[in-house]
Design a binder for this molecule. Structure first.
Ligand SMILES: O=C(O)[C@@H](CO)OP(=O)(O)O
Length: 250
């Protein structure tokens, strides 16, 4: 049996401001840093150790990883950063407030933009300065692979090559792996691991800064999964993520 730990980054500045974030490289808030530290402390207390960590090229996931590894006194852990673990690209929605967008277009439309499996928001214009082709960190990525918007299906398609070529072989080689990534890149990975249907994946929301453990069999099929930590607080945090796209709080 293998164990894999997934962790969404701690609260970011744009989580706090309730803005569509995607590939915008925003940092953690103080709360986000505290969540990352507590996640590391929890992992240490529960006896977890890691041989290898994977993260995105966005600082909220990278810093969460650094802080958690620091709390574990394990900053020596080798880290593989890949754009393939970036958050889903939110296209022209990036920067907009989610509740205001719901007031303008309706809760249902925002739910489609946030969670529909195969429907992507409007793309960024090719000349938009926010387009990833203008960002040096993506200069070695094939231009055809760089998104101007994505639906979750697109995110699954670009996460899977990293899973198949790097993460899965490392796990099968016996390495204890930690992945620090984003709400939707982790939903993409979970959809693949648990074979979640396109309908059911709509209802999966991942809270910030909470270690999620997957126990996998020898073929990397999930046996079970569970969050470490306070289960009630985690359930409340998941419901809060779901509610972010509503015009009014329930
Ligand atoms: O804005 C985003 O990039 C993501 C994660 O914060 O949000 P959502 O949960 O709406 O997909």
């Amino acid at each position: 049996m293998y164990k894999l730990v997934l962790m969404r980054h701690g609260e970011s500045q744009w989580n706090l401001e309730n803005r569509f974030t995607g590939w915008k490289d925003v940092d953690l808030t103080e709360t986000g840093r505290k969540q990352a530290w507590e996640a590391g402390e929890l992992l240490k207390k529960e006896g977890y150790t890691f041989d290898l960590a994977f993260t995105s090229v966005l600082k909220r996931a990278i810093r969460t990883l650094w802080i958690a590894l620091d709390a574990m006194d394990a900053m020596y852990t080798p880290v593989h950063s890949s754009w393939r673990l970036n958050e889903r690209h939110y296209g022209a929605l990036q920067g907009l407030n989610k509740a205001e967008t719901a007031r303008k277009y309706g809760d249902e439309q925002v739910l489609i933009w946030r969670r529909a499996y195969a429907i992507a928001p409007e793309p960024l214009d090719g000349d938009d300065e926010r387009h990833p082709r203008f960002d040096a960190r993506y200069s070695r990525i094939d231009a055809a692979d760089l998104p101007a918007t994505e639906c979750l299906k697109d995110t699954v398609a670009r996460v899977l090559p990293l899973w198949n070529e790097s993460i899965a072989p490392a796990i099968k080689a016996g390495r204890n792996v930690l992945i620090s990534a984003h709400g939707n890149s982790l939903r993409a990975l979970i959809k693949h691991l648990d074979q979640v249907s396109e309908d059911d994946i709509v209802n999966l929301n991942i809270p910030t800064g909470q270690p999620l453990v997957y126990e996998l069999d020898e073929n990397l099929k999930p046996i079970k999964h569970y969050y470490l930590g306070d289960q009630e607080a985690i359930a409340a945090a998941m419901a809060a993520v779901a509610a972010q796209g509503k015009a009014k709080k329930d």
